[in-house]
Design a protein around this ligand. Structure first.
Ligand code: ADP
Ligand code: ASP
Ligand code: MG
Length: 410
């Protein structure tokens, strides 16, 4: 008998019929004798619907109240799924994050899990119940409801699996597993039977939303066996392997990640003296805005330009901050481009293969796509380009690097 934590995403619980289908699926695991803890997301579209209602009231709603609002989405699905299980004769018990006691830090909207008390869950499992937990939410030390950032139910599931020392954490979603790139953008994307944890971490951090990055971090830290599978079709899905892949024939590139909805900000004509990068980036980070790719170019006249990217939704706030910084530094101007995106090639095999970057640049050049910023690490190359060319770039790279289903694999 195994203890399995299963997470069902928004599309998988997007209607009452789908919730009933999830209950059937869970029932089959119970019949096989497994103990099941289920983590569910809100119904698809619900978190967005709640967010837009808040934004009708104010552009930047109070973070604490946003969390009170958004956490309701998951509270609906835990109750409905528990009812559907009960109807089928499977004893079930729902828990909000606070009821489990998923303790987080106090940072509303992007809280980090600190500790999970497994005792309430264990008590219900011991009574033979399926435990259904609301994803994406927790409580801080003062009992305030917090949420874990978009896609956070993945992290709830992995963190619970770690706390309970579950045999496996299964992330059920609306595609068959992790593909070489988003199968909605590239028809020919190939389903991966496994991917190294390191590659998955990189893909998630570069915009592949099939798993939230924190979920992958937790899986690595606590060695949680993690698998991504389809809610709708049977199949083995993709195993996130904790073993370093030693297969010499492993493809150089595991996948292509991309991120839409980015914005690029440049502070131009900054005096070229020590400390200016800190003076530009510091206040932006201090405002809780995540700064992504950063480059600095020195000009011959003793000034430099500092450019970085942020999420488009945070760009106006970043611009306001930079306008003030510009004045105090005596910089020339602040320029914003709200229509950029980022494409990244990821693969541990890149460590031992030269020429990947050159080939990537050639593919983009052949498509007449201008590269605005380049950043690299040992296992990834990212470029920032005009957003309208993002999908074209992904398709061209996927095809030129022969990642597709129809390509012969080494
Ligand atoms: P859920 O609601 O189940 O959490 P998400 O929408 O968060 O689902 O994540 C699943 C989606 O991730 C898929 O529908 C797919 O479009 C997208 N996706 C992006 N990149 C990939 C990839 N490399 N492999 C699989 N899915 C991907
Ligand atoms: N409902 C939340 C979201 O849409 C959390 C999740 O689905 O993982 O982001
Ligand atoms: Mg998700």
């Amino acid at each position: 008998m195994a203890l399995i934590v299963q997470k069902y995403g928004g599309t998988s619980v997007g209607s009452v019929e789908k919730i009933e289908a999830v209950a059937d699926k869970i029932g089959r695991f119970r019949d096989a004798g497994d103990d099941i803890v289920v983590v569910v997301s809100a119904m698809s579209g619900e978190t967005n619907r709640l967010t837009s209602m808040a934004q009708e009231i104010m552009a930047y709603p109070t973070p604490r109240e946003m969390d009170v609002l958004l956490s309701t989405g998951e509270q609906v699905t835990i109750a409905l799924l528990s009812m559907a299980l009960e109807k089928r004769g499977y004893a079930a018990c729902s828990f909000t994050g606070g009821q489990v006691k998923i303790l987080t830090c106090e940072t509303h909207n992007k809280a980090r899990i600190r500790e999970i008390d497994g005792s309430n869950i264990h008590a219900q499992l011991d009574l033979g119940k399926v435990v259904v937990v609301a994803g994406f939410q927790g409580v801080d030390e003062n009992g305030n409801i917090t949420t874990l950032g978009r896609g956070g139910s993945d992290t709830t599931a992995v963190a619970i699996a770690a706390a309970l020392k579950a045999d496996e954490c299964q992330i059920y979603t609306d595609v068959k597993g992790v593909y070489t790139t988003d199968p909605r953008v590239v028809d020919d994307a190939r389903l991966l039977s496994s991917i190294t944890f390191e590659e998955m971490l990189e893909l998630a951090s570069l915009g592949t939303k099939v798993l939230q990055i924190r979920a992958v971090e937790f899986a690595g830290k606590y060695k949680v066996p993690l698998r991504v599978l389809s809610s709708f079709e049977d199949g083995p899905g993709t195993l996130i392997s904790l073993e370093e892949n030693t297969d010499m024939e492993d493809p150089t590139i595991a996948g292509i990640a991309f991120e839409r909805d980015e914005a690029k900000l440049t502070v131009a004509g900054v005096p070229d003296v020590p400390g200016v990068a800190y003076e530009v980036i510091g206040p932006v980070s201090a405002a809780g805005i995540e700064v992504d790719v950063i480059v600095q170019n020195a000009a011959a006249d003793g000034t430099n330009d500092i450019t970085f990217t942020v999420k488009r939704s945070e760009s106006e706030r970043a611009k306001e901050i930079l306008d003030k910084v510009r004045e105090s530094l005596g910089a020339r101007e602040v320029v914003m481009d709200k229509k950029v995106g980022k494409v990244s090639l990821v693969g541990v095999g890149m460590r031992s293969h030269a020429g990947i970057a050159a080939k990537m640049f050639k593919v983009l050049s052949d498509e007449s796509i201008n590269i605005q910023i380049i950043t690299t690490s040992e296992i990834k190359i990212s470029v920032v380009i005009e957003e309208k060319y993002l999908e074209l770039a992904v398709r061209a790279l996927h095809s030129e690097f022969e990642l597709g289903e129809s390509e012969p694999q080494s």
